[in-house]
Design a protein around this ligand. Sequence first.
Ligand SMILES: *Cc1c(COP(=O)(O)O)cnc(C)c1O
Length: 382
Amino acid sequence: MRPLQMVDTKSQYQKIKPQIEAAVLAVLESSQFIGGKVVNDFAINLASYNGVKHVVPCANGTDALQIAFMALDLQPGDEVITPSFTYIATVEAAALLKLKPVFVEVDPVTFCMDASSIEKAITTKTKAIVPVHLYGHAAEMEKIMAIAKKHNLFVIEDNAQAIGSKYTFSNGAVVKTGGIGHIGCTSFYPSKNLGAYGDGGAITTNDDQLAEKIKMIAAHGQSKRYYHDVVGVNSRLDAIQAAILSIKLAYLDEYNEARKKAADFYNNAFKEVAMFTLPKNASYSNHVYHQYTLVLNDQTKEGISRDGLHQYLTDKGIPSMIYYPVPCHRQKMFDSFGGSKFNLPVTDWLCERVISLPIHTELDSEQQDFIISNVLDYVHSK
Ligand SMILES: *Cc1c(COP(=O)(O)O)cnc(C)c1O
């Protein structure tokens, strides 16, 4: 059996090695390391894949979020509504700009922002809603967009974990995540569904004016070379990463299918386990399974716990991860924002019960059978 890993970027690379190496060598030969055709071509390819008018590549997903907030002219003290059950980057980018994160609850089944909790959190200072398509499942975008429209708010999608995911509106329209809100932000961190071999990120939008502003902010606020109109940042996707990503983009649907297949395999094996809530997708979303995350909904049985399962698997050489053990509102970082004053019982409940199993494009049935039989041994052992 091949060694078990949360993600297996090496085996995936082996399969496309000649293509990748030729593309990287071509960049080296051209010596156009920053900007240029390779980066522009990737932006065009991704825009076409994602069904958006504009893609602005940048250095990473965290920068993408920061640039999005800056492009919308959000000012210190402005409030942004976000889930607390997310990766820290979503909220950190806001806090860095002295925006105030206002945390709302998530749905315990989809793990995404609970749209019914948003309106209660809106104040006169609210400027934006930041839904996160967590683990590869789309947030309830139709409701979120309706609330945003009613209250005149911006929507920034944190699409770092869900590239390729599709959202179906009640009128039947299907739109890929990242192309629904005013701005979408994604990450090409190596373990993401579209992973580079280093850092990378992108900002998506259908708004021409916003796209210009985003481009400008990502490039030191310059409208033309050495003419700086606004305070910006330096955030670039380099040409080597863009060349790699252009190749991998052509495989993204295949990769997402492989993840889905692995998730279905797990779901089928665990369907009789009463103490697990299995990941499932709402009717409006497909799922691209950035993570396969179980909820251990019942920890009352003697000797059974999420942490116990995590340790048991570790002892058997099976990696598993807790995404995320501490919700954002309980991070020390947000003490000064009154983080712990937020009352988010579903979020707290999930942080104590979620466990993510290995899922990636190269997982085979032998590996999955081994993981599954050990998980089942644990739950039946007590
Ligand atoms: C990975 C991730 C980010 C940040 O991406 P980086 O490229 O690591 O900066 C932001 N939000 C979420 C939900 C993520 O998973």
